[in-house]
Design a protein around this ligand. Structure first.
Ligand SMILES: Cc1cc2nc3c(=O)[nH]c(=O)nc-3n(C[C@H](O)[C@H](O)[C@H](O)COP(=O)(O)OP(=O)(O)OC[C@H]3O[C@@H](n4cnc5c(N)ncnc54)[C@H](O)[C@@H]3O)c2cc1C
Length: 463
């Protein structure tokens, strides 16, 4: 007789594996189904972790070639060993995915290997066996969105997965899509020596992010050598032995032109992954964008079937999936799980980095919320100057009446780490004055956050 479980989680990405571990910690009998050969989902295998490994390695290469001489560190000749860089990335991924396997064993989560299908509410089929579960959690994540006329072969036309595995630096990489993944992977290959052109449909990069930051990001990456073709749409791709020819038209319509590339990275977004799960047969409702529809507590319309992570509405981010996993596990254990969506940061791991949490100025204006803004540049920070990393600023937005922090938007060195302070401030309902009166060590980049908080009240000290 196959085993029965309190919870079967389908998908072992950051949403699923974290949900499984938390549910097991709370005393539930848990299995997690994963069809990939390793645990960790998109994030650990082909997403966050391998991309950050290559971003780190390529930034070291960039520093050695172009930045360290300013610090008096001279090299005779800097060479790239791409095979070694890729092998290191593989080791980083392997260590991380093994780590999840260890956590499953430690917490007594059963890993059911294979593709899961929900055959009826409370019944999940994996590799020919049907398992019973009081609760089934869909955490099947997302996949790269296709584009009509641009056929992916993961060699000449790649998704992010192929772009993480290129065996040689392309002469010209064309990235379709000026979102986070396109800019991060475009940066990796630009640093390693490729010419990189980013083609974007809209008139700006990173839609949804603060406008001022998006413009500065475009300028900053432009200075580094990335080329941008905005307000343009790719309508076709023709492959030949010497590359790919893209047909590109103005987004508003007009004459088409050709753009030649050695490799094309298709990065126009990600779509929910629900194929083969049997959701229609189980009667699970989906929304207009193919995402599993849930209420505010991750319940679908079918009792006992829940969903979290990239497969439901909201930001497609690993930490959002994780927080939902924890909240749902707690709900399933009879507790009051909750996710504060106003305090979920978003980071772009270019260098300098971009980080953002809470409302943007555009959102506050649209909602008619009166707010104050405080800004402070990295040029006026001693540590940034010592590092030689002075691009960018921190902007904090606070309620005009109550001074409560509503959002923060940053571009600069290591702002992906600095943003945590503002997430915490929002979570605690802190005011900009609370942040400003908190002692920040000197000399640190964090002082830019403090000064921006002081600037909300017009009293920054070091500018
Ligand atoms: C290149 C890239 C870089 C990224 N960088 C970042 C970053 O820096 N920070 C960040 O926050 N986010 C990043 N993301 C996004 C992040 O990876 C996702 O938001 C996150 O992985 C979503 O987690 P999840 O658990 O919902 O789904 P996933 O991680 O997609 O995991 C779902 C798992 O379910 C499995 N599965 C699907 N169907 C079945 C089935 N029927 N049976 C069994 N198993 C199944 C899949 O094999 C997969 O392993 C990046 C994504 C990409 C592609």
């Amino acid at each position: 007789m196959p085993e029965s479980f309190d919870v079967i989680v389908i998908g072992a990405g950051p949403g699923g594996y974290v949900c499984a571990i938390r549910a097991a910690q709370l005393g539930l009998k848990v299995a997690c189904v994963e069809k990939r050969a390793t645990l960790g989902g998109t994030c650990l295998n082909v997403g966050c972790i391998p991309s950050k490994a290559l971003l780190q390695s390529s930034e070291h290469f960039e520093e050695a070639r172009h930045k360290l001489a300013d610090h008096g560190v001279l090299f005779d000749g800097v060479k790239l060993d791409l095979a070694k860089m890729q092998a290191r990335k593989g080791e980083v991924v392997a260590a991380n995915v093994k780590g999840v396997e260890f956590l499953f064993k430690k917490n007594k989560v059963t890993w059911l290997k294979g593709a899961a299908r929900i055959v009826a509410p409370g019944k999940v089929e994996v590799a020919g066996e049907t398992y019973d579960a009081k609760n089934v959690v869909i955490a099947t994540g997302s996949e790269s969105t296709p584009l009509r006329g641009v056929e992916v072969d993961e060699t000449q036309v790649v998704t992010s997965t192929g772009a993480l595995e290129l065996p040689a630096v392309p002469g010209h990489l064309v990235v379709i899509g000026g979102g986070v993944i396109g800019l991060e992977l475009g940066s990796v290959w630009r640093r390693l020596g490729a010419e990189v052109t980013v083609i974007e449909y809209l008139d700006r990069l990173v839609p949804g992010m603060d406008n001022e930051i998006a413009k500065l990001l475009e300028r900053t990456l432009g200075k580094q050598g990335l080329r941008f073709k905005l307000k343009s749409k790719v309508t076709g791709a023709t492959k030949s032995a010497d590359g790919v020819t893209l047909t590109v038209e103005p987004a508003a319509g007009g004459a088409a032109e050709e753009v030649k590339a050695d490799v094309v990275l298709l990065a126009i977004g990600r779509r929910p992954h629900t194929e083969g799960l049997g959701l229609a047969e189980a009667g699970v409702e989906m929304d207009e964008r193919g995402r599993v529809k849930t209420d505010a507590h991750f319940a679908t319309n079918v009792p006992g079937i829940w969903a979290i992570g990239d497969v439901i509405a909201g930001a497609m981010l690993a930490h959002k999936a994780e927080d939902e996993g924890v909240a749902l596990a707690e709900i399933l254990a009879g507790q009051k799980g909750h996710v504060n969506y106003a305090a979920i940061p978003g980071v772009i791991y270019t260098w300098p980095e971009v980080a953002s949490v809470g409302a943007t100025e555009e959102e506050l204006k649209a909602a008619g919320v009166a707010y104050k803004s405080g800004k402070f540049p990295f040029t006026a920070n001693g540590r940034a100057r010592a590092m030689g990393d002075m691009d960018g600023f921190v902007k904090i937005l606070a309620d005009a009446k109550t001074d409560r922090v509503l959002g923060a938007h940053m571009l600069g060195p290591d702002v992906g780490t600095l943003i945590a302070e503002i997430s915490l401030a929002i979570e605690f309902g802190a005011s900009a004055e609370d942040v400003a009166r908190t002692c920040h060590a000197h000399p640190t980049l964090n002082e830019v956050v403090k000064e921006a908080a002081l600037a909300v009240d017009g009293r920054a000290l070091h500018i």
